[in-house]
Design a protein around this ligand. Structure first.
Ligand code: AMP
Length: 218
C-alpha cells in the first residue's frame, strides 16, 4: 500500500483542489492548501494576509519564507500526524528544499508526488468559469459543472457563491507564467528522487480520481 503523505502538483485550474478534497474524504488525511490558507488570511486581515494580497491579485508567488513558515506551523498540528495532501505547495525549488528539510527533521518522508497534468489551452476556460458554494465549499463551473437548480447549491441548499478574485483572464496569464517558470522545475526535482507520478488531468474528474486512488491504494 502506498503511503499517505503526498503532494498534488499541477497548473492552476488543473483540478488539484477538487481532487485533494476527494482524497481527504476518501482516506481521512488532511488537505493543506496554501492558497486556501492565504485567502483565509486575506479575509481575516492578518499581517500575512496584508502582505500576500497584492501579490495574489497580480497572479505572482508569495515569498518562500512566508509560505514555508506557514506550512511548517500547519504540518506540526495534530491532524497531520496520519498524513496530508499538499495542494499548491511547494511551488518553487527553494520551497521543496525547505520541505525536505522540515520532514527530515521530523523523521518522516514523502510517499508520492503526483502531477495532475492539463494543457495550458484548457486551463483558461476551466479557471474563468469556476465558482464555489460560500457555505459548504462545493465547486461548480459555468459550463462544465452547472448547478442543478439555478442559484442553489446542489449539496447544502445555500444561495451564496464565491468567485476567486484572481480567477480572471488577465491574472490567469501571470499565474500560468509563474507555474511554468517557477513550479515546473519541481517535476525533474521529484523525478530524480523517484517520487513523481503523472496523471492525465484533462478528463472527466471521476476518471482522474480513479487514477489517484489506484496510485494511493486502499
Ligand atoms: P492557489 O489557490 O493554489 O491557486 O493559490 C492562489 C495564489 O496564492 C497564488 O497565485 C499565489 O499568489 C499564492 N500562493 C499559493 N500557494 C503558494 C506557494 N506555495 N508559494 C507562493 N505563493 C503561493
Amino acid at each position: 500500500m502506498a503511503g499517505k503523505r503526498l503532494i498534488l502538483m499541477g497548473p492552476p485550474g488543473g483540478g488539484k483542489g477538487t481532487q485533494a478534497k476527494r482524497l481527504q474524504d476518501r482516506y481521512g488525511i488532511v488537505q493543506l492548501s496554501t492558497g486556501d490558507m492565504l485567502r483565509a488570511a486575506v479575509k481575516a486581515g492578518t499581517a500575512v494576509g496584508k502582505e500576500a494580497k497584492a501579490v495574489m491579485d497580480d497572479g505572482k508567488l508569495v515569498s518562500d519564507d512566508l509560505i514555508v513558515a506557514m506550512i511548517a506551523d500547519r504540518i506540526a498540528e495534530a491532524d497531520c500526524a496520519n498524513g496530508f495532501i499538499l495542494d499548491g505547495f511547494p511551488r518553487t525549488v527553494p520551497q521543496a528544499q525547505a520541505l525536505d528539510k522540515l520532514l527530515k527533521d521530523k523523521g518522516i518522508r514523502l510517499d508520492s508526488v503526483i502531477e495532475v497534468a492539463v494543457p495550458d489551452a484548457r486551463l483558461i476556460e476551466r479557471i474563468t468559469g469556476r465558482f464555489t458554494c460560500a457555505k459548504c465549499g462545493e465547486g461548480y463551473h459555468d459550463k462544465f459543472k452547472q448547478l442543478k437548480k439555478a442559484g442553489v447549491c446542489d449539496v447544502c441548499g445555500s444561495t451564496e457563491f464565491i468567485r476567486r478574485a484572481d480567477d480572471n483572464a488577465e491574472t490567469v496569464g501571470a499565474r500560468l507564467k509563474a507555474y511554468h517558470d517557477q513550479t515546473a522545475p519541481l517535476m525533474p526535482y521529484y523525478k530524480a528522487q523517484g517520487l513523481l507520478k503523472v496523471v492525465d488531468g484533462d478528463r472527466d474528474m471521476n476518471l482522474v480520481t480513479g487514477d489517484l486512488e489506484r496510485i494511493l491504494g486502499t
